[in-house]
Write a protein that binds this ligand. Sequence first.
Ligand code: SF4
Ligand code: SF4
Length: 359
Amino acid sequence: MLCRQLPELSSQSFIERLAAKSGNRRIPWSGSFELTARCNMHCVHCYVGSSQGRELSTGEVLRILDQLEAQGCLWLLLTGGEPLIRPDFRQIYIHAKKKGFIITLFTNGTTITPTVSQYLAEWPPSSVELTLYGLTEQTYERVTGVRGSHKKCMRGIELLMRCGVPLTLKTMVMTENRHELWAMKSFAEGLGLRFYFDATINKRLDGDAGPASLRITPREVVDLDLADEKRSDDWKKLFKSYSGPPPDPDRLYVCGAGRTYFHIDSVGALSACLMSRDPSYDLRTGTFQEGWDQFLLRVVERKRTRATPCQACQLMAVCGQCPGFAFTETGDPEEPVTYLCEIAHLRARVFGYNIPSVP
Ligand code: SF4
Ligand code: SF4
């Protein structure tokens, strides 16, 4: 029965009310949990790389989930590697659902079986986000490196849709699959599914620069923005209302990393965000509360140690530059990333933002 005392809220109003109530307090509303670094695919562009040690056991994962709930975490992204290859995934997932987290699940889709789709339907996540690496078998498997994976992925999509599991399709655009981007979009929209893409390929977390060779050029990235009506409108709106860089450009972290969100990797290392993994706090020997209240607070309060062009840049808040991306790219969290810098300047020019000169 619907409760007449409780008005229905859209998720946007819910988030706005939460933000208003919490003021400037640091609360770990949202986090990503990489349940494993292992995967059944060998994608050419994958940033995850090899695991740095012994994966968290079932008991350790459940204990951490309990601690996240106690600290107020609401939105939880379960990711990998491929999270569904953990034999205990179902146990972990249902435990997280019972804790009340609003869950997004990232998967490559090839591991979806009738059993998996049924329990996801019974315990629905907020969304399953499934990455398509190409529309044709040839392109898809050139990216994943695994024969038969395209068929399994298509089967996974079909199973999830048949069970009514909320599903979004997405892709990473790279030299290997850019020619099928619009076909992937039409395929998803033809099924009535949301589709989005990202073109900023990261180097591997272990420092391997290989994936960067698959990047499309900054000009191509912006041409894709222009070719997609919604993206183009979003960028125009963003630049129209853009009020310049954040108030304290000396801070290294100017986003919500370590203030409203966090990341936990497959060996239990807590860090400020999914891309910014160094430094980290060991949740095997400490608690999430200690890690969040003390360790991550020190991390995100760090100031820049030297002057870089980013510090005085008017585009700082609309550029993908961040300490995590910079660290994987250059080994230095403060160093500007040339690729992102070119994209940000091109976008500003193309979407009509005149960069004000700084006095
Ligand atoms: S499916 Fe995802 S995690 Fe697995 S190899 Fe590909 S990019 Fe990496
Ligand atoms: S990378 Fe370039 S565009 Fe981005 S914030 Fe730094 S200087 Fe500005």
